[in-house]
Design a protein around this ligand. Structure first.
Ligand SMILES: [Cu+2]
Length: 588
């Protein structure tokens, strides 16, 4: 059987297939066991909270600035950030959900963590303090290559390993927060650990960055528990745009991290743990090919609403989900359309504002900087809708629950002393380009196979060598200062968000291809590439995560300008934890 046929067969019979079923096909049995209506679900040992019984749009969005969890670090300086457990009312029902969060020393931790606002060329030193408990909120799958695989430690005795990574940050390797730089509350550290005190030079342009856990083999679980937050970097160009009224400023600038979750009826986070997933797996299987939650959570609250004024708002959108891709629109109201205008990518501003003609596709790890103008929408209630299939792009459409993310209620009066922002025609002098000729073009593989337990496994590699695991010798080893073109051949049936650490890159183009595949190694031969197409206008800014579509080669160009050991990986967290990650070693 070919890998592809096995893949399709597995969709019909395994966890992945069950995930694809709309909830109405689950055996829905009302239960009085918990505070929420429960129903059995084949991926979970215990009955879960019926997502359709969770009320929507009943709680306001948690806005970091209003909650005092936006940290002004634009002058640089020193921070201490704790990681610990807390309880939040995620569902808006007065039921506490234990979560993990980040918080400034002496303040409560929160999910999402506080938004750090940093300033260009103003170094910020952050000491990270691990106060996580000696148990996990999610089932750890010991069959994966993870932090404690070969060192005899356990979470019960050593505590939870954690390591914060500044995603999109131009950061020295010692402070990258890579997968083996983890540390525990008891002082146990990973093989690449250097220090728990990071220096962020902030020597890059204004950007929508975020920080999140990156621990080997349990990144998906640590992020699921809540370890993620925004890091907004400002520079003079952006500040000038804000001060001249070209870009909306707080409170009309709001960060939104979109995540999907499942819950037990008592409010606890639920994560797949059914022994029936595969009886052959020793020790708490939790690895699923993709994880899809049916409860959409924005800034740590399920299906919230945001009251807005009839004026333009700037939204920093982050997909912090494990696997779910979103295709987002502010649904047109009866009185007219509400266009979304893209103004920036992950690593900076676009050259000009780009009105989006269709939904904004945002894959895990990607960010978008957008402006939505609510002028003339007084009295309207506008849902932020999602129409992305799961898996993306060839899965099933969203359910009525996952098809809506949050609501905007245009019911606040216009604050008279702040004029409406007017987007300028130009946001940066010239289009973002990585112009230098490449020293090398790498032909890289995004592939799939079955692992030793018969689970479908997504892997990276090279088209010449085929599939490679994280521990295999590094093949991506640019020289310091080199510009390289990376060709990402996606030989699977799903799209993968690919993220190299350290660099921002230019997306050059995408093209269909055909090739002959070595069924043993996954290597590709006789590759023929079809017509190339430029990325859409709203992707033509500095990117650090790019969606590689199935059957296509996606080309990016980057300059590798700091030495040391980094990583590149798929940002579908369940793939990343299952070996879809490779070293990136830049030689000095
Ligand atoms: Cu992937």
């Amino acid at each position: 059987m070919t890998t592809r046929r096995r893949f399709l067969a597995s969709l019909g019979t395994t966890a992945a297939g069950l995930l694809l079923m709309p909830p109405r096909q689950w055996i829905a049995v009302a239960s009085s066991a918990g505070r929420l209506r429960s129903l059995p679900h084949p991926l979970y040992r215990e009955p879960i909270a019926d997502p359709t019984a969770i009320p929507r749009f009943v709680q306001p969005l948690a806005v970091p600035g209003e909650l005092g969890t936006r940290i002004d670090a634009t002058a640089g300086g020193v921070l201490s950030m704790t990681m610990a457990e807390t309880v939040q009312d995620v569902l808006g029902l007065g039921i506490g959900t234990p979560v993990w969060g980040y918080g400034l020393a002496g303040r409560p931790v929160t999910w999402p963590g506080p938004t750090v606002v940093a300033g260009r060329d103003r170094p910020l030193q952050v000491r990270w303090v691990n106060r996580l408990p000696n148990r996990h909120l999610a089932p750890v799958d010991g069959t994966l290559h993870w932090a404690f695989s070969h060192n005899g430690h356990s979470i019960r005795t050593a505590g939870v390993p954690t390591v914060p990574h500044l995603h999109g940050g131009h950061v020295d390797a010692a402070y990258d927060g890579g997968p083996e730089q983890w540390f525990t509350a008891t002082g146990v550290t990973g093989s690449d650990f250097v220090t728990d005190t990071y220096v962020f030079d902030n020597d890059q342009e204004a950007a929508t960055l975020w920080y999140h856990d990156h621990t080997l083999g349990i990144t998906r679980l640590n992020v699921y528990a809540g370890l993620a937050g925004f890091y907004l970097l400002r520079d003079e160009r952006e500040m000038a745009l804000i001060e001249s009224g070209g870009l909306p400023a707080a409170p009309h600038e709001v960060e939104l991290v979109i995540q999907d979750r499942m819950f037990y009826p008592d409010g606890r986070l639920a994560y797949p743990d059914a022994p029936g997933l595969s009886p052959a797996w020793p020790g708490g299987p939790s690895q699923v090919m993709d994880f899809y939650g049916e409860v959409i959570v924005v800034n740590g609250r399920s299906w919230p609403y945001l009251r807005v004024e009839p004026r333009p708002y700037r939204f920093r959108l982050l997909n912090g989900s494990d696997s779910r891709v979103y295709a987002l629109s502010v649904t047109p109201s009866a009185s007219g359309t509400v266009p979304m205008v893209a103004i920036g990518t992950e690593g900076g501003l676009l050259q000009s504002p780009v009105p989006l003609l269709g939904p904004l596709v945002l894959s895990p790890g990607e960010r978008a900087d957008v402006v939505v103008d609510f002028t003339g929408q007084e009295g309207q209630t506008l849902p932020l809708t999602n129409r992305a299939p799961a898996p993306f792009p060839l899965g099933v459409p969203p359910t009525p629950w996952t098809a809506e993310v949050m609501q905007f209620r245009v019911d606040l009066p216009l604050t008279g002393d702040v004029p409406r922002a007017r987007l300028p025609g130009r946001l940066r002098e010239a289009a973002y380009r990585v112009a230098e000729p490449p020293a090398l073009t790498r032909s890289l593989l995004v592939g799939e196979r079955l692992d030793g337990y018969g689970r479908l496994q997504m892997l990276l590699g090279t088209t010449e060598l085929g599939h490679l695991e994280y521990a295999d010798p590094a093949t991506e080893t640019p020289g310091l200062g080199d510009v390289e073109v990376w060709e990402l051949y996606n030989d699977t049936l799903v799209a993968h968000p690919i993220h190299p650490h350290l660099v921002s890159f230019e997306v050059l183009d995408r093209a269909p291809y055909i090739a002959r595949r070595d069924l043993t190694t996954g290597a590709l031969h006789d590759i023929t590439v079809g017509p190339r197409r430029r990325p859409p206008d709203h992707e033509q800014g500095p990117k650090d995560t790019v969606l590689a579509y199935p059957g296509e080669v996606t080309r990016i160009r980057a300059r590798f300008d700091r030495p040391g050991r980094y990583a590149w990986h798929c940002h579908t967290l369940s793939h990343e934890d299952h070996e879809m990650m490779r070293p990136l070693i830049i030689s000095s």
